[in-house]
Ligand binder design. Structure first.
Ligand code: PGA
Length: 251
């Protein structure tokens, strides 16, 4: 079975609701120009998840959140529970994005709890891994990604693992305009799959592994052509419907 091809847009802390709805509608409007084989996901800020779910209704575009709480509900001021996200009609949640690891103290411990919350509420996690520049330059990128997977993904059941998307995002390539070469992406994607295989066996062949980090229309095709790259997690370029859709044409 061929692996799912996915192009997911991580809007980060961009767009007010009216802009987000507009962007989502433009993606819907242009969607038919891209192969049906591509699964598009948009991940707006919490504030307009429900309006974006409404805006993509009737299309095959899915909606995801950018994070969820470690706890199910209760006295956790400012947090958003996975149950709330799922209740809006979202199907995905990005977990472990490097910006959350770097700026908000996300750890494997909190991520294990968030993953459990996501699965308990029927959400598919898009679990992010990736090394920073120092780690890459020291040749530690394999070890960093392996640890991020072992400490979280290895705790999943086989059933949960069958419903997981992984995103490899080298921190040095995020928002910097620097992209990993297609060869660098393939090398580490193949390695990540090998790590997954050591725990989950043949099921690792089915797990989509997305590349993220300054992915854009001009480099998507070359990166997506690699055997173990199953799509992209797109930041900056996801904020323009035309570019986001053009990335989908990279398949
Ligand atoms: P970028 O962000 O495409 O703007 O580099 C990717 C991401 O952080 O998901």
């Amino acid at each position: 079975m061929a692996r799912k091809k996915i192009v997911a847009g991580n809007w980060k802390m961009n767009t007010v609701p009216a802009e987000g709805v507009e962007l989502a509608k433009s993606v819907v409007a242009g969607r038919s120009e891209v192969c049906e084989c591509v699964n598009f996901i948009v991940c707006p800020p919490f504030t307009h998840l429900s309006q974006v779910v409404e805006a993509v209704k009737g299309s095959d575009i899915a909606v995801g959140a950018q994070d969820c709480a470690t706890e199910a509900k209760g006295a956790y001021t400012g947090e958003v529970a996975a149950q709330m996200i799922a209740a809006l009609g979202c199907k995905y949640v990005i977990l472990g994005h490097s910006e959350r690891r770097q700026y908000y103290g996300e750890t494997s411990e909190s991520l294990n709890k968030k993953m459990a919350q996501a699965y308990a509420n029927g959400l598919t996690p898009i679990y992010c891994v990736g090394e920073n520049l120092e780690e890459r330059e020291a040749g530690n990128h394999f070890a960093v990604c392996k640890a991020q997977i072992e400490e979280v993904v290895f705790n999943l059941t086989e059933e949960q693992f069958a419903n997981l998307v992984i995103a490899y995002e080298p921190v040095w390539a995020i928002g910097t305009g620097k992209t990993a070469t297609a060869e660098q992406a393939q090398e580490i994607h193949a390695y990540i799959r090998e790590v997954l295989r050591s725990k989950f066996g043949a099921a690792a062949e089915e797990c989509p592994i997305l590349y993220g980090g300054s992915c854009k229309p001009s480099n998507a095709a070359e990166i997506f052509a690699k055997a173990d790259v199953d799509g992209g997690l797109i930041g900056g370029a996801a904020l323009k419907a035309e570019d986001f859709l053009a990335i989908g044409k990279g398949f």
